[in-house]
Design a protein around this ligand. Structure first.
Ligand code: MG
Ligand code: MG
Length: 271
């Protein structure tokens, strides 16, 4: 059952989304060669608690840590450990937090130092596919419209769209209805209405869309071991239109990226 949110609840969720956005912004300064994913995980846990929130993934379905950290060919759900980040790698960081009874859920794929242009294009296209999907999350559209937009953009650019893992409704629970696949057919699936809040999160592979699960029961890796990227925003329907609750602003500020991309995107959504 889809739980639509009141305006007041959406304002509370904006705060939860802000916590995870700021957490990824804080981490952006720390993602560099030589640090371990376990160190970054501890930083994130302390930061989330200092914001008056609780790590959203820690203990959820028995996940052992605060962050899902998935380097290179890992798609999602990587468990932080003692291996160090290396120049030229990428790492997808997924962060959840619970504040005032509502969850935020947010992901970004970071480059560690200089990366190849092939991988840089994959990151750009994955983020762009997220924007293409968000545009379709408006009253009257359906789940398939979002999935179609993401899939079309990714596949037109020659990438593989992971099927087995999907976005989701977000609220008092981390995973609510509806499921939000990153593939689909226009006009199919559940209809969007005012007050819905979802996490849209394309997982896009440089090679095959196929994946495999590790024996740890969590980590998901591409079948061909080529890199995979993951970007995720929390989005609400307000006045019939999509409104971003999370923001990459803190990441861009930390990395010194001067970009109007997100502001322009927000304004476009209002038109
Ligand atoms: Mg997430
Ligand atoms: Mg999610």
């Amino acid at each position: 059952m889809i739980k639509v949110k009141t305006r007041e609840e959406i304002e509370i969720m904006r705060e939860s989304a802000l916590v995870v956005s700021k957490t990824l912004g804080m981490l952006a300064n720390e993602v560099k060669p030589g640090v371990t994913t376990l160190y970054l995980d501890k930083l994130a846990e302390d930061f989330i608690r200092s914001e008056g929130a609780i790590p959203g993934f820690l203990g959820l379905y028995d996940f052992p840590n605060t962050l899902c950290m998935s380097p290179n060919s890992q798609v999602v759900h990587g468990i932080p450990n003692k291996t160090t980040l290396k120049e030229g790698e990428i790492i997808s960081i997924d962060c959840g937090a619970l504040k005032n009874g509502f969850y935020g859920d947010h992901a970004y794929t970071f480059a560690i130092g200089e990366i190849t242009s092939d991988i840089e294009k994959l990151l750009d296209a994955t983020k762009q596919s997220l924007y293409e999907g968000i545009r379709e999350f408006k009253a009257g559209n359906r789940v398939g419209d979002v999935g179609f937009a993401i899939q079309k953009f990714a596949e037109d650019n020659g990438y593989g769209v992971v099927r087995e893992l999907v976005g989701h409704g977000l609220g008092k629970e981390m995973h609510e209805d509806p499921e939000m696949p990153n593939y689909g057919k226009r006009g199919r699936g559940k209809k969007f209405t005012e007050g819905m809040v979802v996490a849209i999160e394309p997982m896009i592979n440089l090679g095959t869309h196929k994946i495999r699960q590790h024996s740890d029961g969590w980590t998901i890796t591409t079948l061909d071991n080529k890199p995979s990227a993951h970007f995720e925003h929390d989005v609400a329907i307000v006045n019939g239109k999509p409104e971003l609750l999370s923001t990459f602003k803190y990441i861009y500020d930390a990395l010194g990226i001067k970009s109007d991309e997100e502001n322009e995107f927000r304004q476009n959504l209002q038109q």
